[in-house]
Design a protein around this ligand. Structure first.
Ligand SMILES: [Zn+2]
Length: 443
């Protein structure tokens, strides 16, 4: 997965933002957060349990170039929590900054009504002056497709402008270390590890052990990417490294990206951790879009891509990568012609946008690895012929390239790159060795 390249797209928005006359103020306001990312190790819910060690990790970050412009000293940004039942007008009234023309504009703004609906718990930033005059407001919201957008309403000269675009994010490495008291799931949830990372952890080590069998006293350490918007996490990226200690046994996993769209997990020596399925669903096809956060070409938003896309021409046969049972064969508006295969009680795979199904199959049919289940197409919400494949573990989408697909060995060059990278990640894991429970952020 490589959402970093994709995140370049929203940067155009930043450029625009940076050109605005008030933009340097935003830059200055966020400077302390961007300059030094300080994280304090705090275990959520730690008050009911034994005292915990606290470690503070500070790391300087590269600062974005800020275009200095003439200051308008009377203006400043103020943040206001959205309360239940708040509308934009009501909230502005409460702040005493409602202006008739701003209110009029909000009611006719050329953005969807949905993105202007406020949700309790969100934070609204307003740019005002000492006289209570309003110059702009912005807040993060979900659009009608459930994607995060940054809503900006601002005054330029005498005119009001509105936009709703994917937010610009920073990527940091979050580090978690937990010692199990009752269950791994509970310990990880208490440490704030996102559910997708928890499921992925189980998948990475599935050929070594069943992580749900870990007991009191066992320890797990994780390094994973978190996308931040103004210092608040809004999405999770790759799980980069993981370590499990149980009794005197010890396992490590390190992520290695094969290209910009996919990667797999290897042990410290560079050996693949999983065997994976024996077959690819389409042979000799390139992964054109990986799993994770990416910019959606049709919806123009930053969204979670819940599967991977294979570039393949219409009519290319799609085969079952492993034995299974046809769980469903349906036609849906988004997925088009879609087949779901069930491989075990917890593992299923999904194949979307098919031009047609394999005619002799139906719901309940048994298929063997290599059997044709349908043909590549562009049905449903699709930009062109391709196969969209998903893997779900207990209903949770996971990265197919680390869970199900054949895991390639590393070439000599790749092995060298892997070693360099894993040494750094191993150091990050080691950093947490003596901390019983911690939450920290690096980079
Ligand atoms: Zn897709």
């Amino acid at each position: 997965m490589n959402y970093k390249t994709l995140l370049r797209l929203p940067c155009a928005g930043v450029q625009r933002l940076m050109n605005h006359r008030f933009s340097w103020i935003i830059g200055a306001a966020t400077l302390p957060f961007l300059g030094v990312m300080t994280a304090v190790a705090v275990a959520p819910g730690a008050t009911e349990t034994a005292p915990i060690a606290v470690q503070e990790v500070s790391q300087p970050l590269t600062l974005p170039a800020i275009k200095a412009q003439a200051a308008d000293s009377t203006r400043y940004w103020r943040e206001e929590p959205v309360q239940r039942g708040d509308t934009l007008s009501r909230l502005l009234n409460r702040l005493g900054v409602g202006s008739a023309d701003a209110n009029r504009f909000i009611h006719t703004a050329p953005v969807s009504r949905d993105v202007l609906k406020l949700h309790a718990g969100a934070t609204l930033s307003v740019e005002i002056n000492d006289q209570g005059e309003l110059f702009g407001l912005r807040f993060l919201n979900d659009d009608e497709n459930g994607e995060k957008v940054l809503v900006v309403i601002e005054k330029q000269g005498d005119n009001w402008l509105a936009s709703a675009e994917p937010p610009t994010t920073d990527t940091i490495q979050a580090v978690r270390s937990v010692e199990i008291r009752t269950s791994l799931a509970g310990a990880l949830a208490q440490a704030g590890v996102p559910v997708e990372t928890r499921v992925q952890l189980g998948e990475i080590f599935a050929d070594q052990l069943d992580v749900s069998s870990l007991k009191r006293g066992d320890r797990v350490k994780l390094v994973y990417e978190t996308l931040l918007y103004k210092g608040s996490p809004i999405a999770t990226g790759n799980l980069l490294a993981a370590e499990i200690e149980t009794g005197n046994k010890h396992w490590q996993a390190f992520y290695f990206a094969h290209d910009s769209e996919s990667g797999s997990y290897y042990d410290a020596d560079g050996k693949p951790l999983r065997k994976g399925f024996s077959k690819q669903p389409v042979s000799n096809a390139r992964i054109s879009s990986g799993f994770g956060m990416r910019f959606h070409p049709i919806l123009h938003s930053l969204r979670m891509h819940q599967g991977i896309d294979y570039a393949a021409s219409s009519g290319t046969p799609i085969v079952a990568p492993s034995d299974g049972i046809i769980d469903s064969m349906t036609t849906q508006s988004g997925y088009g012609n879609v087949v779901i295969l069930k491989h075990s009680a917890k593992l299923s795979t999904l194949y979307a946008h098919m031009s047609r199904f394999e005619p002799k199959l139906q719901r309940g049919s048994k298929v063997k690895a290599g059997d044709v289940i349908g043909y590549v197409g562009s049905t449903g919400r699709s930009t062109g012929a391709h196969l969209h494949m998903e893997v779900r573990v207990d209903g949770q989408p996971v990265d197919p390239s680390i869970t199900a697909l054949p895991v390639p060995g590393l070439s000599a060059t790749q092995h060298l790159a892997f070693s360099k990278q894993s040494v750094k990640l191993a150091a990050n894991l080691k950093l947490l060795r003596d901390i019983p429970v911690s939450v920290a952020q690096l980079e």
